[in-house]
Each structure stands twice: as structure tokens, then as C-alpha cells.
Design a protein around this ligand. Structure first.
Ligand code: PLP
Length: 455
């Protein structure tokens, strides 16, 4: 069923406010011809903002070592790196004494946090979290909370779990701001209130939140926040962990090496080290100044574009997507907290009778649309949403139609952002409708566990 055209005035209001690289890349279709690539996998990695690329390119001739050179370019690069730290701090509204540690990614930030929590910390985490947030707590006492089915239930489940905990023990609640599977926003303010009332701190996994919504750490009273540059239009290998200084300052450095040390002396027994007590304590080695600067540049561009306008446009694109998918009766959109829950531009779904890998392969090969299929590094959540069990055979890659009544074990996820042209969203909805109605126009086979077109 074709998507009803919207009036041109509405389309003008939906013009992408911030240009990104790659919207003019043409990709071949198996059925012949070429189309502009529709990058609808922002939840995995966003394209770079044009502004980020321009800023990084302008800086590169001036590139130099950070924190370790007397030369002009080293000083300039050090200033840029430290200025980027301040920009990131302001962008998420950190408190003045918060540490802002540059890491490689959200996964790295979560592992850094896990390595720096005090001994005996009790960690509370929902089973629905991304593996980066669910798994790093190996040395801690971990309580895994069952999946809530509404924002209210999320807060209640946490409150119950925290009841009677000894506030003398360090406690940490790790929770996502927006789900990478359903895009749904979690009740962060309420979770912080409940956690703090029980003497526990909150670590916010903001990997999917920061690219889509303004976040104010101080106003929300969040203790720690983690996010990634490559999901924030700045794919240059940097991430951030920011938050309260004490645990970070008191912990052993995450990595041992140059840059984290104030003084190293030879002793009869070996060496003695005085470690830095600021954010650089956990940044041993030569810092990734380009990654940090790219993130700062992206934050500046998003701030200048105005969060309200960005959110309004994203919500309009989201409505358009969901309205279009609702016209395809075979589509089921996945939701944990209720279909009416607010969400960011991330939508996962299944199509009756289709293996999701097959559908994603056909969207790519026949329509030039890049989405993701699978369990999105949140296996317990996707199994719950699809009603599948860990024992069910993995259909990954299988191009055959599913048997009547057979449920797929994985899903398709489309996700977009500030540079996504409205045409990409429309093409996606039309392609899903066409595939549901007419089936795939090509044959597919499994190659190395992936569904690929037969050539
Ligand atoms: N948390 C969430 C909610 C995510 O979506 C992701 C990545 O998809 C991560 C954490 C891990 O991020 P990264 O791959 O940048 O380490």
C-alpha cells in the first residue's frame, strides 16, 4: 500500500536541519540501477555531521601531541583537547567538579565505571539493558531486575529491589535513557529519585539519549553519564564517562601508563607512582584529541541548531514512520513500556512470515536502505519482546519464509537522526509495504551467517 503523499509545506518543515556526510552516496541495486543510500541505522553509528568533518579537517594541519609537547602545535592541541572536555561538560550539564573522562565508547565508559566502583558496591540493573550496561559488573554484587512493562513499573520494580538496602554500602543503579531496541525513553528523573532515596547512585547509559534529546545531568541529579561519539555524528573513536569525582579519583587508574601519572620514582622494591587525581587519571596514553574535538564540534552544532527544533522534527519523522508502518498489517512494532510511550527515532519491528535477516537484506539489496537486523546486543530484551527462548534455533541469515505461526528470533531496526532526509523515511516505509505485499524480487542465500543476494 503506497504511503499517502504529505503536502509540500509539511515536507519543507521536515528538511534536515544539519547536513551529514553520505546522503549523496549512490549504491547499486541487485534489480538494476542505483539509488542514494538511505542510512537508517543511526542507533548503531550515525554518519558524521558535515560540520564535524569541516572542523576536524581544518584542525588536522595543526595536529600535535597532547599534554606532552613544548611546541606550538602541541600546546594548541592540548588547549583544543581541554576545551573539548569543557564543551562536553556543558553539553550534558555536568556539575563544575564532575570529572569528564574521554574513553573509546560507551562500552569502554561502562567498563571504566565497573573498574572504579568501590569494593562491595551493589549494582542494580534491568535485564533489558544493552550488554554494555548489563555485563561489565563482574566484581560487584549484581541484582538483575525483571523487565518492566511500563515506566511506572520500572520505578516500582527498582524501588522494591532497593527497599531495605543498607545505605552504608555503595549502591549503583545502571539504566538506559533511551532503549536501543525500542527507542523508548526511560523515566530517568523518577529512577534517580528512588535510587537516591535508598542511598544509591545512578549511572545513565545515554548512548541513545544524547543524540536525540537534551540531557541535563545537574538538573536530573544523575551521578554518572556515558555516551559515544560515533552515535553522536562524530565517528572518530571517542566516548565519555562523566560524573562525581570521588569514586573516579579514589580508584586505581583504568589504564596504567604515561599521562595518568604525576610522578614516578625508582624504589628499592621497584617503582612508586603518584597518579593524577583529575580526569586524566583514567586517560593514560596519548589522548584521542581528534575524537574529543569531533564530539565537541557535534555538541556545538546540535546546541546551535536548537534542541527543541531538533526534537520536534524527529517526532514528526517518527510519527510518519509509525503511521506508515501501521498501514502494513503484517508489521508488529516492538514496545516494552507501552506503544504510547515516548520514544526517540529508533523503531524495531517484525514482519509476519519473514525472517528479519531476509527482510533487512532485501531492504538493502532491492531498495538501497541500510537498517540492522538481529538482537541488537540486548538479547534478553529482544527475546522477551519476541516471545522466543534461548533454546530456539537461530534463524539468522535464513532466507526461507517462516512457517505459518512461526515467530522470528530477531528483529529489524530502523533509526534516524538530524541529517536524515524525509525521503529516506518514506522510501523505507514504501519498501516494507512493497516487500510485505509482493515478496522479495530476488533470491537470497546464507553466506558466513548473513543473508545475501544470490549473484
Ligand atoms: N548502550 C546502548 C543503549 C547502545 O545502544 C550501545 C550501542 O549500540 C551501547 C551502549 C554501546 O555503545 P558502543 O558500541 O559505542 O560502545
Amino acid at each position: 500500500m503506497p504511503v499517502r503523499p504529505t503536502p509540500p509545506a509539511a515536507d519543507a518543515a521536515l528538511a534536515a536541519p544539519l547536513p551529514v556526510l553520505g546522503t549523496d552516496v549512490m549504491v547499486p541495486l541487485v534489480t538494476g540501477g542505483k539509488v542514494p543510500y538511505a542510512a537508517l541505522d543511526h542507533a548503531a553509528s550515525t554518519p558524521a555531521l558535515q560540520r564535524v568533518w569541516d572542523d576536524v579537517s581544518a584542525y588536522l594541519p595543526y595536529y600535535g601531541s597532547v599534554h606532552r609537547g613544548a611546541g606550538y602545535l602541541s600546546q594548541l592541541s592540548t588547549d583544543l583537547f581541554e576545551q573539548s572536555r569543557l564543551t562536553l561538560r556543558d553539553f550534558v550539564g555536568c556539575r563544575p567538579d564532575d570529572h569528564v573522562v574521554f574513553t573509546r565508547s560507551t562500552t569502554d565508559s561502562m567498563n571504566l565505571m565497573a573498574a572504579t566502583v568501590p569494593v562491595g558496591t551493589q549494582v542494580h540493573v534491568f535485564e533489558t539493558e544493552h550488554h554494555a550496561t548489563l555485563l561489565p559488573w563482574r566484581g560487584a554484587e549484581v541484582t538483575v531486575l525483571p523487565a518492566p512493562r511500563s515506566p511506572y513499573e520500572a520505578v516500582e520494580t527498582l524501588a522494591e529491589s532497593l527497599t531495605g538496602r543498607d545505605p552504608g554500602h555503595p549502591g549503583l543503579v545502571c539504566v538506559t535513557g533511551a532503549s536501543n531496541v525500542t527507542g523508548e525513553l526511560w523515566p530517568v528523573a523518577e529512577i534517580v529519585q528512588v535510587a537516591h532515596a535508598a542511598g544509591a547512585r545512578v549511572l545513565l547509559d545515554a548512548a541513545q539519549l544524547v543524540p536525540h534529546r537534551p540531557v541535563d545531568v545537574r538538573a536530573l541529579d544523575i551521578d554518572y553519564i556515558a555516551f559515544s561519539g560515533h552515535k553522536l555524528y562524530a565517528p572518530f573513536g571517542a566516548g565519555v564517562l562523566a560524573g562525581r569525582p570521588d569514586w573516579l579519583r579514589d580508584a586505581e587508574p583504568y589504564l596504567a601508563g604515561g599521562g595518568a601519572t604525576r610522578r614516578v620514582t625508582r624504589t628499592p622494591a621497584g617503582v612508586a607512582v603518584e597518579w593524577h587525581e583529575d580526569s586524566t587519571r583514567h586517560e593514560a596514553g596519548s589522548p584521542n584529541v581528534i575524537g574529543a574535538y569531533a564530539m565537541a564540534s557535534a555538541c556545538q552544532a546540535l546546541s546551535e541548531a536548537g534542541p527543541d527544533a531538533l526534537v520536534a522534527r524527529e517526532e514528526a519523522l517518527l510519527r510518519r514512520t509509525l503511521r506508515g508502518l501501521a498501514e502494513v498489517p503484517q508489521v508488529s512494532v516492538l514496545s516494552l513500556l507501552g506503544q504510547d510511550s515516548p520514544r526517540v527515532g529508533v523503531v524495531s519491528f517484525v514482519l509476519d512470515g519473514w525472517n528479519s535477516s531476509h527482510l533487512a537484506a532485501a531492504l538493502s539489496a532491492e531498495h538501497g536502505i541500510g537498517v540492522r537486523d538481529g538482537m541488537f546486543c540486548a538479547h534478553p530484551l529482544v527475546r522477551l519482546l519476541l516471545g522466543s527462548s534461548p533454546d530456539q534455533p537461530d534463524q539468522c541469515g535464513a532466507p526461507e519464509p517462516l512457517a505459518p505461526g512461526e515467530r522470528p528470533v530477531n528483529a529489524v531496526r530502523m533509526s534516524f537522526g538530524v541529517g536524515t532526509p524525509v525521503e529516506h523515511v518514506d522510501r523505507f516505509v514504501e519498501a516494507v509495504a512493497k516487500l510485505a505485499r509482493d515478496g522479495a524480487q530476488w533470491r537470497y542465500r546464507i553466506e558466513a551467517g548473513r543473508c545475501v543476494p544470490v549473484r
